[in-house]
Design a protein around this ligand. Sequence first.
Ligand code: ADP
Ligand code: ASP
Ligand code: MG
Length: 496
Amino acid sequence: MIVMKFGGTSVESGDAIARLVRTVRSQLARRPVVVVSALGKTTNRLLDFAEHARRGELYLGSKCLTELQDHHFEVAGQVANGEGLHQLEISLQRSFRDLRVILSEVVDEGREVTLALLDEIASFGERMSSEIVAAALESGGVPSVHLDARQLILTDDRHTHASPLYWESYAKLRRAIPHLCDGRVVVLGGFIGSTKDGVTTTLGRGGSDLTASIVGAGISADEIQIWTDVDGMLTCDPCVLQGGYRLRSLSYQEAAALAGAGAKVLHPDTVTPAIRQRIPLVIRNSRRPAVEGTRIVPTIPLCSNPVKAIACKADVTVLEIQPRDERDPAELAAALGEMCERYGMPAEFLCHNEGTIFLAFKSSTRYQNLPIEVAGCVEARLHTQSSILTLVGEGIDGSPEIAARSLAALKQIPATVLSGCRSKLAVSLMVPTTEMRRSVEILHREFFQQIDPMVFAESQDLEPGSAQPVSILTEAGDRAARTARRFRSFRTVCQN
Ligand code: ADP
Ligand code: ASP
Ligand code: MG
């Protein structure tokens, strides 16, 4: 059995779902279980809807629902037919009726929009998309069965970012799925779960990747495929810098470090369930199934490049903290991390370097409310409008050389090394957000001048309609860079 997870852009339209059906059909012999995200930007729209309801904006809330409803019915009509379509339309109708009831309860009767209600509202995205995809498979001649993921993925009750109860979920998945897979494709929504009491929860934004991985571990899948809108894990986010290389393979640890440092092509916890059973995770482009993608596996080939990729987190505020007493900075950093969790403001980044602790939050966080003094610290400096760039690669191996090389390359940019000690395979730097793109471009040039062709592949341009990268190179410069890169890879091959 394998798990095939399709993200928002891979189910955004009738055409995208038709591609999904073809891709699933091509792998039927491997007994796929399909996990899907909500259609396109549906989760954002549902959260906008919740905000309109909270503000009492009946007209805007209702307009939001009408637009979502039209889109879901349009896509359903494009991908399903016959009795399947009829049943699907009844179910979609019921979902939108329930959402309208919520709107009126909030606006007319003063029901509070709690985090639990937010989860309830957001869950409709994956509940509806999974029904649409199951019907599309049936209509495309692929027998399928739809399961409600909330019955299978159990979580704690930390609404909007619940943690899975792994063992309980594995047991349920193992019991429910394998016997259904004979001759049928099981389809379920990602991102959603429920507490043991049956209250709907969600796993945090981007959480469908994590669902796929939990399902994979639960059924001991041979492979977990993450189908998305890029060719695989690239050496940098294509929305920040175009023209990066595709990684052919990555270790679990490298993938987890990149995801945690901002490479949102994977939810940061995705790797965790796969590791114990050494299940390979493969990132693939749903628009270009011919591209092999990136394999995330336990052992990877030796690589002559120490850095595999650069991840970034834009727009964070970094607190640079000096401990007041002689306490161990590692202990203090851990205590600060726990405190942030307790206050519901998990740190975006936390490390200590030569006695200084760096603690970063999304700029929108109300970090001022945290009792940092109480935790035994003196807040030294606040760096607003900063970005954190993280270089990841097993070849870094704790060496200070990569940090020194980065600082030398970034000489015209006020950059600070945050870590080096935090992890043996990552080095993080802080730069002003206004300099983030330039910094990524400089570091990319510095560390990927020569590439190891066993590990990196040329990643071609994205097709129109998929994620639109914001180029920071001119077209002519881009062409020149590509030619130079081809020449360099050729040289690398010759040198080897
Ligand atoms: P999905 O909806 O399929 O889950 P996401 O939007 O969550 O897709 O993740 C894919 C996006 O991740 C890409 O469009 C890209 O902008 C972003 N991304 C960030 N860093 C990287 C990276 N290093 N390699 C590839 N994609 C990246
Ligand atoms: N639909 C959810 C989100 O947009 C989960 C996911 O796509 O992975 O965050
Ligand atoms: Mg995602």
